[in-house]
Design a protein around this ligand. Structure first.
Ligand code: ASP
Length: 354
C-alpha cells in the first residue's frame, strides 16, 4: 500500500516537472497594419483613438492569458476588438473591392498541434477570425472561401450581418480616390508612365501597382500569443487592399504567408502588400530560418522583412513571438500600429518608426 502511494507521488511529481509552467512568460503582441503612417499624416485625436483600441485589444487578450486561457482564445479576443473597430481594415471598417464590396480574409494557427483554419472572401461574417477558428475546430478543412465559407459560418451559429455593416465612409472615399488615381494613370502618356514607374522590383505592371496606391496603409490586424502552457498561436484578419479585384485573396488567410505558428520556432502575423508576402512565404520563412538555420527570432524576422522582402519590393512588416517570450516587430514601411503586453502587465503601443 505504502509503495503504491509512493509511486503515485513520484508519478505526480515527474508529470509536474515535465509539464513546464510558462505563467511568467505569457505574452501577447498585436499589429493593426503597416504602411505610410507618419506623424504628419495623423492628428493627435486620431493617434489617441488608435492607441485606445490597441490598448484595449492588448488588455482583453492579456486578461485571458492571465486567467489561464489558451493563446488561441487570447488571439481571438484581441483580434475581435480590432475587427469591431472601424479604425482598422478588418471586420467593420474593411476596405472596398473595385466593385465597392467588402471581402474579408482571416486565419489562425496553433503552435502545439500545427492545426490551422482560414476563410477567404467572406462578406457576411461579423468576425471573420471566429470563422477561421470554426474551420479549424469543426471542419476537416484548413481553408474555406466565398459563399461556402459564409454558409459554414452561419451553420456554426456565428454572428451574420448584412454586408452593409462593414461600410465606413472613410474606406468608401479611399476607394473613390484609388479609382480616380487609376483614371489619372490611364491619362498619362507612355513617357510619363515610364518616368513614374517606381516599383519594377515588385514584378507588377505599373497599372497594377497603382491599384494599391490607396492601400499604402495596410490596416490589417494580427495577434500572436504565448500561454501558460507554453503554446504559441497566431491570427490575422483583413479586408485586403483597397480597390482589389473581385475574388482577390491576399496573404492574411494563407498559412505560411500571412500567419504561422509552431511551438518549435515562433508565431508570426504579417501585414503588407499581400502579393509579395505570398511570393516570399513570409511567416513560414521566418520559422524555417529558426528551425533549419538556428537563427534567433530577431535575426530571422529582420532578415525576411528588412532584406528579403525589400529586395522584391514587398512593403510591410510582421509581429513575431517565440516560446521564450522574445518579441520582434520589424517593418520596412514608414509605420506600423503595434504593441505588446508581458506577464507582469507591462505594455507598450507604438505607431511610428521612432
Ligand atoms: N496583407 C493584406 C493583404 O494583402 C493587407 C494588409 O496588410 O493590410 O490583403
Amino acid at each position: 500500500m505504502k509503495i503504491t502511494r509512493l509511486l503515485i507521488l513520484l508519478l505526480a511529481l515527474s508529470v509536474k516537472a515535465f509539464s513546464q509552467d510558462y505563467s511568467d512568460k505569457i505574452t501577447l503582441v498585436i499589429h493593426g497594419g503597416a504602411g505610410t503612417i507618419t506623424r504628419a499624416n495623423m492628428t493627435p485625436e486620431q493617434e489617441t483613438a488608435y492607441q485606445a483600441v490597441l490598448n484595449n485589444a492588448l488588455q482583453q487578450g492579456h486578461q485571458i492569458l492571465k486567467k489561464g486561457g489558451t493563446s488561441l482564445e487570447a488571439v481571438e479576443a484581441a483580434i475581435m476588438v480590432m475587427e469591431d473597430s472601424p479604425l482598422f481594415n478588418a471586420g467593420k471598417g474593411a476596405v472596398f473591392t473595385s466593385e465597392g464590396k467588402n471581402e474579408l480574409d482571416a486565419s489562425v494557427m496553433v503552435g502545439n498541434t500545427l492545426k490551422a483554419g482560414a476563410v477567404a472572401g467572406v462578406t457576411t461574417v461579423k468576425n471573420p477570425i471566429k470563422a477561421a477558428i470554426a474551420v479549424m475546430d469543426n471542419s476537416p478543412h484548413v481553408m474555406m472561401a466565398g459563399k461556402g465559407a459564409d454558409l459554414f459560418a452561419k451553420q456554426q451559429g456565428l454572428q451574420i450581418v448584412d454586408p452593409s455593416y462593414f461600410y465606413t465612409e472613410t474606406r468608401y472615399k479611399a476607394l473613390q480616390r484609388a479609382k480616380a488615381e487609376e483614371k489619372v494613370e490611364l491619362d498619362h502618356t507612355e513617357n510619363e508612365k515610364s518616368k513614374l514607374k517606381k516599383a519594377p522590383k515588385t514584378g507588377l505592371k505599373y497599372e497594377e501597382e497603382l491599384i494599391f496606391t490607396e492601400g499604402k496603409k495596410f490596416g490589417t490586424v494580427g495577434c500572436v500569443a504565448l500561454d501558460k502552457f507554453g503554446n504559441l498561436a497566431a491570427g490575422t484578419s483583413t479586408g485586403g487592399m483597397t480597390n482589389k479585384k473581385y475574388g482577390r485573396v491576399g496573404d492574411a488567410p494563407i498559412i505560411g504567408a500571412g500567419t504561422y505558428a509552431n511551438n518549435a520556432t515562433c508565431a508570426v502575423s504579417a501585414t503588407g502588400h499581400g502579393e509579395l508576402f505570398i511570393r516570399s512565404v513570409v511567416a513560414h520563412d521566418i520559422s524555417a530560418l529558426m528551425e533549419y538555420k538556428r537563427l534567433s527570432l530577431k535575426e530571422a524576422s529582420e532578415l525576411v522583412v528588412m532584406k528579403k522582402l525589400v529586395d522584391i519590393g514587398g512593403e510591410g512588416g510582421v509581429i513575431a513571438l517565440d516560446r521564450n517570450g522574445n518579441i520582434s516587430m520589424p517593418f520596412n514601411s514608414e509605420g506600423m500600429y503595434r504593441g505588446y503586453i508581458t506577464a507582469d502587465g507591462k505594455s507598450e503601443v507604438k505607431i511610428y518608426k521612432d
